[in-house]
Ligand binder design. Sequence first.
Ligand SMILES: NC(=O)c1ccc[n+]([C@@H]2O[C@H](COP(=O)([O-])OP(=O)(O)OC[C@H]3O[C@@H](n4cnc5c(N)ncnc54)[C@H](OP(=O)(O)O)[C@@H]3O)[C@@H](O)[C@H]2O)c1
Length: 226
Amino acid sequence: MLRHIVIAGATGEVGKELLGLACALPQTEVRALVRRPKTVPASAAIETLFDYEDLLAYDRLFSTIPCDVLLIALGTTTAKAGNQGLIRVDRDYPIALIDALERHHPQACIGFCSSVGADQPRGNYLRAKAAVEERLRQCPLAVTVVRPSLLLSQRQEFRMAEHMGAAFAPLWLWAVSKFAPSSEFAWKFAPIHVSTVARALLNTTLGISPAQHVTLQGLSLRQAGE
Ligand SMILES: NC(=O)c1ccc[n+]([C@@H]2O[C@H](COP(=O)([O-])OP(=O)(O)OC[C@H]3O[C@@H](n4cnc5c(N)ncnc54)[C@H](OP(=O)(O)O)[C@@H]3O)[C@@H](O)[C@H]2O)c1
């Protein structure tokens, strides 16, 4: 039977990895929701233009397309979108997707890319992630939440924290492996590659049972993405 995967944020660093992995799965139709046409790299995915600001678009989407798995890797920064913009992208858009999915596809499962620190949120960004996680806790659908730390990727845009993280990552990862290999705390904050995050999110979401909720961070996130 054909499986239908929908990805929100497929043009981002985690999203591109999710897209590549999902498109390689057998008997799977992959749909990427995008805000600008022709932004998804050439792949077997269907590109669907989606206006996240249109409140009616969510029900319109899920009432007309099949969806077994929804993967959410949306995100922005305050520098790019301002405080209110960040809240829209990191909190309101994911929650609107989840609400509409639950209404139209109660058998589907959800994979959500959150962030380390969402369990003890401080500041707009982590509060937005925590709000989505809270919505997911109330959700009867099967759910995987991943909480990565600093992402390592080939991002074109310059982001200082990621730039510094990438520079120190080899030393950081070596030190954790050598001196604290089983320390959940140390792994939780160690930089992690986007491919590991995407593999963990996709594989776990595909493997969970109905109504099961799984949260991965630190060591469990790395192990699931190996
Ligand atoms: N960066 C880190 O170190 C880090 C650490 C922990 C957790 N995270 C979280 O991990 C997730 C993935 O991060 P990432 O670095 O892969 O993200 P990213 O590269 O910045 O990609 C973000 C995605 O969200 C979409 N998006 C942004 N603003 C939008 C808007 N106004 N309307 C519609 N779509 C919008 C982007 O679409 P366009 O291509 O059209 O802009 C893109 O597909 C995010 O939720 C992030 O918060 C990141």
